[in-house]
Write a protein that binds this ligand. Structure first.
Ligand code: PMP
Ligand code: GLN
Length: 384
């Protein structure tokens, strides 16, 4: 068997969701809302299943969706994309990431990764034969620094895998951080593979900026998005890739033998959804920010130390003040004894393991959050 996969653990999201299912715990681990998602978008999908085309769509994605993606990013990010040559639809951001890493990285190439990092990145870089170079971002601000980037980038750097907003830390990178990153990419002639799946989930008036819009990055960036996140329909697995034609030509080749196409009916519904007016997207942000605030306030009242969340579906707590030194053991006890599933953030580290941070998903109904808080109250009483 291929040793890379044979030796990999099962992803922490599946592990925690399985434990939650088995024990009947409230699942605040894996990131998915418990709201059914926008009804009009789901109706558009149902209509396309019944009345639309259900055979293989074109490999690059249905034209209607590719145009909608280009128009969406023109509107929200001010970037000009040619729907025919610079946009491709994938089966989720996961396929987009795999296709980009396998399409760009050759054996021996160095790839800069920022930890904590989404758990798919490192195995994919290794699969491509890439040599990971880690930058460990430091809490509580998780900023990029010139010193850290200088240590990680070299003339052998082929690519950097960047995630903004960052899962799990819920950080939205500042313009200065982005300028620093783009300066290093230009200096070392590196491609930025930019995982922007949380682009619309930014709070408190923050704006997300795509790497494609940064000075000098248009020709050396791959922007990855996910309709699953944009519409809170995480099971749909409809992703998007945007890149300049010379890069896109190669990414199309990796895509053709990874997934080839994506359900056409879901593609039509996503095309419909991307054209929704600003009020929809602003309302979604306001609602999630309200859930974040409700859950943060509840945790603070119980005595948990919350690390503020600027975006995504997530917030983190620091468990060190509770005298806890092992996030995995803590999360295990939480799900088995107290009926709440969470994610130990050490799963997102390869090198600079931080063992005192635990991630919760707050993208839930008030009643789910409140029931979670009730159980967490018992957990903290026991710990104290
Ligand atoms: N990247 C990040 C940072 C994520 O949090 C996720 C998970 N939702 C993905 C990629 C995968 O997205 P998708 O479900 O569209 O494959
Ligand atoms: N992105 C989701 C999270 O961070 C999980 C996705 C998955 O289960 N692979 O919770």
């Amino acid at each position: 068997m291929n040793r890379l996969f044979a030796n990999l653990p099962t992803t922490v999201f599946e592990v925690m969701s399985s434990l939650a299912r088995e024990t009947g715990a409230i699942n605040l681990g894996q990131g998915f809302p418990d709201d059914p998602g926008p009804e009009d978008v789901r109706r558009a999908a149902a209509d396309a299943v019944l009345n639309g085309y259900n055979q293989y769509p074109s490999m690059m994605g249905i034209p209607e969706l590719r145009s909608a993606i280009a128009a969406h990013y023109q509107h929200w990010q001010g970037v000009d994309l040619d729907a025919n040559t610079e946009v491709m639809v994938t089966s989720g951001a996961t396929e987009a990431l795999a296709g980009a890493i396998l399409g760009i990285v050759e054996p021996g190439d160095e790839v800069v990764l920022f930890e904590p990092m989404y758990d798919a990145y490192l195995p994919l870089v290794r699969l491509a034969g890439g040599v990971p170079k880690f930058v460990t971002l430091q809490p509580p601000h998780f900023r990029l620094t010139e010193e850290a980037l200088s240590k990680a980038f070299s003339p052998k750097t082929k690519a950097v895998v960047f995630n903004n907003p960052l899962n799990p830390t819920a950080t939205v990178f500042s313009d200065e951080d982005l300028a620093l990153l783009s300066r290093f990419c230009r200096k070392f002639d590196a491609i930025a593979i930019s995982d922007e799946v949380w682009e619309h989930l930014v709070f408190d008036g923050r704006r997300h900026r795509t790497v494609l819009g940064l000075e000098g990055m248009r020709e050396r960036s791959v922007k990855i998005g996910s309709a699953g996140k944009i519409f809170s329909l995480t099971g749909w697995k409809v992703g998007f890739v945007c890149a300049a034609p010379p890069i896109m030509k190669v990414l199309a080749k990796s895509h053709q033998f990874l997934a080839f196409t994506t359900a056409p009916n879901l593609q039509s519904a996503v095309a419909y959804g991307l054209a929704k007016d600003d009020a929809y997207f602003d309302g979604m942000r306001t609602n999630f920010a309200r859930s974040r605030d409700r859950f943060t306030a509840g945790l603070n009242t119980l005595g948990f130390q919350v690390i503020p969340s600027q975006g995504t579906y997530f917030l983190n707590i620091d468990i060190a003040p509770l005298g806890e030194t092992d996030d995995i053991a803590f999360c295990h006890r939480l799900v088995m004894e107290h009926g709440v599933a969470a994610i130990p953030v050490s799963a997102f580290y390869a090198e600079g393991a931080v063992k005192n941070v635990v991630r919760f998903c707050f993208a839930k109904k008030d009643s789910t959050l409140d029931a979670g808080l009730e159980r967490l109250a018992k957990a903290i009483r026991k710990a104290a």
